[in-house]
Design a protein around this ligand. Structure first.
Ligand SMILES: Nc1ncnc2c1ncn2[C@@H]1O[C@H](COP(=O)(O)OP(=O)(O)O)[C@@H](O)[C@H]1O
Ligand SMILES: O=C(O)C1=C[C@@H](OP(=O)(O)O)[C@@H](O)[C@H](O)C1
Ligand SMILES: [Mg+2]
Length: 180
């Protein structure tokens, strides 16, 4: 399988995986899929409800199963959830089936972008900064290890982030038929 067939976005909550993923799919004429939306479609309930009923382990199982199915597709831009890299089998799937773009983000940016968020269960903590920092400690090395490309794009203007992303992807990612 040509790992260039798909583009997978990884990174913490609030990095902009969903937002940028949609734009990149449009730009490259590929299908956009958001892993969380896909899980919700299959379950018929929100991610928050899955966490409520089945806890994080239940959600991770569903996430992994859904990711495996998405990896069978070709020509997709997939925005993963921030915790998708936690399971080693998920990291292996991402690397084997797509070009992996990592969007880093600072905890300050996360706090500001997600200030009003009520949909992300892991963020509903009394001390959000502490929670996000603890998550970053565990996850940053996993993002780094899985990434084919790390996008340095601190701008809060999504249009600028998009420009940088396309520039870097055009140099590094050989899409589908264009692959040598
Ligand atoms: N580069 C950016 N600058 C400013 N706000 C952004 C940027 N990228 C995303 N956002 C905003 O941050 C929030 C979270 O973005 P989202 O794409 O859902 O992130 P993720 O899928 O990585 O959790 C949204 O309100 C989105 O509009
Ligand atoms: O970081 C995480 O563990 C999660 C991130 C969320 O997706 P986003 O990264 O798109 O916010 C979603 O999958 C769920 O709330 C868990
Ligand atoms: Mg998202």
């Amino acid at each position: 399988m040509n790992p260039s067939a798909n583009l997978f976005l990884i990174g913490p909550m609030g990095a902009g995986k969903t937002t940028l993923g949609k734009k990149l799919a449009e730009h490259y004429g590929l299908q956009f899929i958001d892993l969380d939306d896909e899980i919700e479609r299959r379950c018929g309930v929100s991610v928050a409800t899955v966490f409520e009923i089945e806890g994080e382990p239940g959600f991770r199982q569903r996430e992994s199963k859904c990711l495996a199915e998405m990896c069978q597709l070709r020509g997709i831009v997939l925005a993963t959830g921030g915790g998708s890299v936690l399971l080693p089998e998920n990291r292996a799937m991402l690397s084997a089936h797509g070009f992996v773009l990592y969007l880093p983000v600072t905890v300050d940016q996360q706090l500001s972008r997600l200030a009003r968020d009520r949909k992300r269960p892991l963020l509903q903590a009394p001390d959000r900064r502490e929670r996000l920092t603890a998550m970053a400690t565990v996850r940053t090395p996993l993002y780094e290890a899985t990434a084919d490309l790390r996008l340095d794009a601190d701008s809060n203007q999504i249009i600028k982030v998009m420009e940088t992303a396309v520039q870097q992807l055009d140099a590094r990612w050989q899409i589908l038929g264009q692959a040598a």
